[in-house]
Write a new protein. Structure first.
Length: 233
């Protein structure tokens, strides 16, 4: 609380100060402090501020689940997801897990070339931020159906298939600000359309987004080379 209070009186903040504060959170693996600091250090964009209003900011709760495999799970809540994607074309969250600083982003693809998601499709990207050691990544993003309560229609009340997207690195994942070598990559990108129901995230009234307009997703990750089996936590 003292640190947060001091930050209120230390404006403007030098980029080096911001970098040091982020590094301090990373070194201590303090996700809770990082979440509070990020709200102070990285204000919302004008678009997000307009769309979110008093609704509140996004939230990530990350838990290291298996030290041997370097596994973690992150519960993610993104407010006004569809509106922000349609207007701003990108939504991102950052969090700390397994001694690394992660960035998970949703964005509309602006490229239309071989082996890239088609232009305009909604994608998810996973990357490492500054000061994070390289690692292999095998993960799965899970978005479950959010059925409406008190639905009389039996067909509508049946839960739909879970959206499950495999996010695996073709090589070692390195921070966005690092130089890459052979068999290294800075970001893993997967189109939501790779899951049967993933494309419905763009549709109004989709049952995968709750009535409060919050996207709820779970990222299950193992820091190792991918195998033929799915990631299960």
């Amino acid at each position: 609380e003292l640190l947060l209070a001091l930050l209120r009186y230390s404006i403007p903040r030098a980029p080096s100060t911001i970098s040091e504060l982020r590094l301090a959170c990373l070194v201590t693996s303090d996700q809770n402090l990082f979440r509070q600091l990020r709200r102070k250090l990285k204000p919302l964009s004008g678009t997000d501020e307009m769309l979110l209003g008093a609704v509140g900011s996004d939230n990530v709760r990350a838990v290291d689940t298996n030290a041997t495999e370097g596994a973690f799970a992150a519960e993610i809540k993104i407010s006004q997801f569809q509106k922000r994607m349609r207007v701003g074309k990108e939504v991102e969250v950052e969090f700390i897990a397994q001694a690394r600083l992660w960035r998970l982003s949703f964005f509309a693809s602006s490229q239309d070339r071989p082996r890239s998601p088609r232009w305009g499709s909604w994608c998810v990207g996973l990357s490492l931020m500054e000061s994070s050691p390289p690692t292999w990544v095998d993960s799965r993003l899970i978005i479950q159906d959010q059925p409406v309560q008190d639905v009389i229609d039996e067909e509508q009340s049946k839960p739909k298939p879970t959206i499950s997207l495999r996010i695996k690195s073709p090589g070692e994942l390195v921070p966005m600000n690092a130089f890459t070598h052979v068999n290294q990559t800075k970001q893993i990108v997967v189109s939501l359309e790779e899951s049967i129901m993933g494309q419905t995230q763009q549709f109004g009234g989709t049952s995968y987004i709750a009535s409060d307009e919050v996207l709820r997703a779970r990222l299950e990750t193992r820091l190792s080379k991918q195998g033929s089996e799915c990631v299960i936590m």
